[in-house]
Design a protein around this ligand. Sequence first.
Ligand code: PEP
Length: 258
Amino acid sequence: MRKKFVAGNWKMNKTVAGAIALASELARKIGSDAPPCEIAIAPPFIALDSAREVIKKSPIKLAAQNCHYENDGAYTGEISASMLKAVGCDYVIVGHSERRQYFGETDAIVNKKVKKVLSEGMNAIVCVGETLSEREAGVTEKVVETQVRGALNGVLESEMKSVVIAYEPVWAIGTGKNATPEQAEDVHRFIRQLVASLYSSAVAENLTIQYGGSVKGSNAKDLFAMPNVDGALVGGASLKVDEFYQIIQSAHNFFTTI
Ligand code: PEP
């Protein structure tokens, strides 16, 4: 059975002290009982070490928001996958639309990062999704296919167990305008079929596909009710413990404990 997974992307929010406070509150709320799904938080780089300490006795996993594709060297301001591994990250978000939009990340760069994350033994959360104008032009599937093919180029079938895909329509990120459950389901089904054609139906069946884009406590249940929606990558709402907890709890009705 594929993994059900809710992850919080804190983006460029929270000081170290603020991150400790937020992670502590979340860990307290979740407790140590088995949650209904895998849970991860992605604080800013400088807070990863402290956050790991705070969540170490809880089921919450640690994620990073980005990485560089080289091991080390003269890349001022960058953080490598091996550094993230050493600090205790289980996941790295790769190819977020904000990285693609503001930092010029191409599918080729995303691909290098995915491979580096996998080679370090971590899991990659690969973000894909169309812009509003692309959706309106009717090229959503084409765009998503190009991004998925690009990100997974050269990734081995045996490595696919460490890949999560997050479908995040750009028009839904941080806008308060989420995709309808049916819109999400259509693209998730398309991605699963694509992965089946690239690898095998077993790989596609086991692939976790998160939805991301204005997920809140109030809309998570309807999204999770869709057969191909395996969880959520949550931005804004992950900064509010009650809201994020409600999203996690929404998994109870649909997902079995992993
Ligand atoms: C995100 O940044 O991945 C995201 C989905 O943001 P939000 O939930 O705020 O739309």
